[in-house]
Design a protein around this ligand. Structure first.
Ligand code: PHE
Length: 365
């Protein structure tokens, strides 16, 4: 009995005095290993009489228990000390000046959106925004796209899970920036002149489609607005954006539920060294037409859905892909790279924080 207590006291002292993990491991093996002292004691239980075993068993087991606990707590202490040493050695002085200059750059999409805001501000357009998580009514119904309309299927919509009782409509990720038309007409009195740049979402993915992309919507509501205003506005915008005067547009009859009539707008371009260079008449030799954006006169039903009198107020709207505009101007050929976050791509195509586009300083800065 006193033997066991003496063994325990000696072992625990040694364990607590162990100055490193190797010493501690050696002590563990010497006590609890196959040929360890406590293991040997446990083996003696087999040769004892039942009475002896009843007396000694609990003591030997208690010895093993206390030695195991002592080893575990010493190990935790040594681990913590080792970590402290490691952390102290690896400490970084955050107040030191950076070894490299910061590498951040303005993403081409942000840059192009700034360019658009600058160009349209000069024509008297304000910038409007709307939520990316939209409801069915603003994204579809108010835009004259009823429940059964094939355009709903065309949009490959990301819907949120069906909501519970009491909720009136299903939420979705907006498939275009056109719901901002609705929100603006409902919250502002005409005349209205806005652009609405932002993210849109469709369940689509390949070299030219990503599930998230960017559009800019344009909307003008006033008295006596006609297609001539639309064409002039687009021409003026594209001349400023591409910084050349030979922008030629072709309006092709098309269909959107929210515009009537609708026009697909093509722009003349030519191919040069594998790149599309916007400019020139698409029917001239070496040139062709490229589809650039959707547009039209705002459908009377959409104007009425927003509580305005379509006999008094008319307007035009257009929608264009911002990523596409960026690719055409700055020469990237794979849309997916826009959203990879690859620093090399960003360093190559990104813009300096100080190259703010201005009409006087040059739009592409
Ligand atoms: N919302 C349409 C689309 O995403 C584009 C568009 C906008 C067409 C405004 C006409 C008028 O394809």
């Amino acid at each position: 009995m006193s033997d066991i207590q003496a063994v325990q006291a000696r072992l625990v002292d040694n364990i607590n005095a162990a100055s490193d993990l190797d010493t501690l491991e050696a002590l563990r093996v010497a006590a609890l290993g196959k040929a360890g002292s406590i293991t040997a004691l446990l083996k003696t239980l087999g040769g004892m009489s039942p009475e002896e075993r009843q007396a000694q068993g609990p003591r030997i087991h208690a010895l093993r228990e206390s030695v195991t606990t002592a080893i575990a707590s010493r190990k935790a202490a040594l681990d913590a000390a080792a970590l402290d040493v490691k952390l102290a050695a690896e400490a970084i002085d955050m107040t030191l000046p950076a070894a490299e200059t910061p590498r951040g750059s303005v993403h081409p999409v942000s840059q192009v959106m700034d360019e658009l805001a600058e160009i349209f501000a000069d024509m008297g357009f304000a910038v409007a925004t709307g939520p990316e998580i939209e409801d069915d009514w603003h994204n579809f119904t108010a835009l004259n796209i009823p429940e059964t309309h094939p355009a709903r299927a065309m949009h490959d919509t990301f819907y949120f899970p069906e909501v519970g009782e009491g909720a009136t409509q299903r939420m979705l990720l907006r498939t275009h920036t056109s719901p901002v038309q609705i929100r603006t007409m409902m919250s502002e009195a005409p005349p209205i002149r806005i652009i609405a740049p932002g993210r849109v979402y469709r369940s689509d993915s390949d070299a030219t489609h990503t599930p998230m992309f960017h559009q800019v919507e344009g909307l003008v509501i006033d008295r006596g607005i006609h297609m001539g205003h639309l064409k002039w506005t687009l021409e003026t915008f594209l001349k400023a954006y591409f910084e050349r005067d030979d922008i030629v547009l072709r309006l092709r009859p098309s269909y959107f539920p929210f515009t009537e009539p609708s026009a697909e707008v093509d722009v003349g371009y030519r191919q040069e060294k594998g790149r599309r260079i916007v400019g020139g008449h698409g029917d001239v030799d070496g040139h062709a037409w490229m589809e650039l954006l959707g547009s039209g006169m705002v459908n009377r039903r959409v104007i009425a859905n927003c509580g305005l009198d379509p006999d008094e107020w008319q307007g035009f709207a257009f929608g264009v892909g911002v990523d596409r505009l960026a690719m055409l101007k700055y020469g990237m050929d794979d849309l997916r790279a826009f959203f990879d976050g690859d620093l090399r791509w960003l360093a190559h195509y990104g813009f300096g924080a100080l190259s703010v586009p201005t009409l006087s300083g040059g739009i592409s800065a």
